[in-house]
Design a binder for this molecule. Structure first.
Ligand SMILES: CC(C)(COP(=O)(O)OP(=O)(O)OC[C@H]1O[C@@H](n2cnc3c(N)ncnc32)[C@H](O)[C@@H]1OP(=O)(O)O)[C@@H](O)C(=O)NCCC(=O)NCCS
Length: 186
C-alpha cells in the first residue's frame, strides 16, 4: 500500500526519491496532485492518462517512498522537434524547495530521445513567481538565456477568463550542459 507522508519532506530524513517516466497507472494520482497545485488548471483524469501514456517519454514523475509528489508533462513541439514544450510542473506543497521541479525538467532533457533537443519552451502567467524561479534557474544551469513573448492573450484567446500566458523560450543549450546541471541538484 502507498505510504502517506504527513510531514514536509524537508523534515524527514532518508527519504527514498525516484524520478521516472510515468505510466497509465499513475494517471489518477497525477490528477490528485495537480488538484493540490494551484494555480494550475485542473485536468480531466483522461487528460492525465494520455500524458502518462502517449507523452510518458516527455514527462517525468517524482515519487517519494511510493507517493507521487511531482509531475512534469511535456511534448516535442510538432513543428520544431528540437524544442521540448513543458506543459505543467507540479510539486506537492509538502515536497517544495527540494529542487524537484528543476530535477524533473532536467530528467526529461537528459533522456536519450532528447539528444537533439536544444530549446525548452513553456508558458507562464506573469504573476507566477515560483514558475519564473524554476525556469530562470534551469536556464542559468544550462548556461543559456531566455526570451519571452505573448503566446495566449487574456482577451484574444481566453475571452477574459484566464490570465495571459507568456511563452518563455529558453536556449539554445548544449547537451553537454545537461548532466552537470542534473548532478548539481541531485
Ligand atoms: C512551481 C513549483 C513547481 C516549484 O517546485 P519546487 O520543486 O519547489 O521548485 P525547485 O525546488 O525545483 O526550485 C527551482 C528554483 O525555483 C525557485 N523557486 C521555487 N519556488 C519559488 C517561489 N515560490 N518563489 C520564487 N522562486 C521559487 C527556487 O528558489 C529555485 O531557484 P534556485 O535554483 O535559483 O535556488 C511548485 O511551487 C508548484 O508546484 N507550484 C504550483 C504549480 C505551479 O505554479 N507550477 C508552475 C507552472 S507550470
Amino acid at each position: 500500500m502507498t505510504k502517506m507522508l504527513n510531514a514536509r519532506l524537508t523534515e524527514v530524513p532518508n527519504v527514498d526519491l525516484t524520478l521516472r517516466r510515468p505510466d497509465a497507472e499513475d494517471g489518477a494520482a497525477v490528477n490528485g496532485l495537480i488538484e493540490q497545485c494551484k494555480p494550475l488548471d485542473e485536468n480531466s483524469v483522461y487528460c492525465n492518462l494520455l500524458q502518462c501514456s502517449h507523452f510518458a517519454e516527455t514527462s517525468s514523475l517524482a515519487e517519494i517512498d511510493g507517493e507521487v509528489v511531482g509531475f512534469v508533462s511535456g511534448y516535442l513541439v510538432p513543428d520544431s522537434p528540437d524544442s521540448l514544450f513543458v506543459w505543467q510542473v507540479a510539486v506537492s506543497p509538502k515536497a517544495r524547495g527540494l529542487k524537484l521541479g528543476k530535477r524533473m525538467i532536467l530528467d526529461i532533457l537528459h533522456r536519450p530521445f532528447a539528444k537533439n533537443v536544444r530549446n525548452l519552451h513553456t508558458t507562464i502567467a506573469p504573476d507566477n513567481k515560483a514558475s519564473h524561479g524554476v525556469f530562470k534557474s534551469v536556464a542559468r544551469s544550462l548556461n543559456t538565456e531566455f526570451d519571452t513573448e505573448i503566446m495566449f492573450d487574456e482577451e484574444e484567446h481566453f475571452d477574459g477568463d484566464a490570465k495571459t500566458e507568456m511563452l518563455w523560450k529558453i536556449g539554445p543549450f548544449s547537451r553537454a550542459d545537461i548532466l552537470p546541471a542534473l548532478a548539481s541538484v541531485a
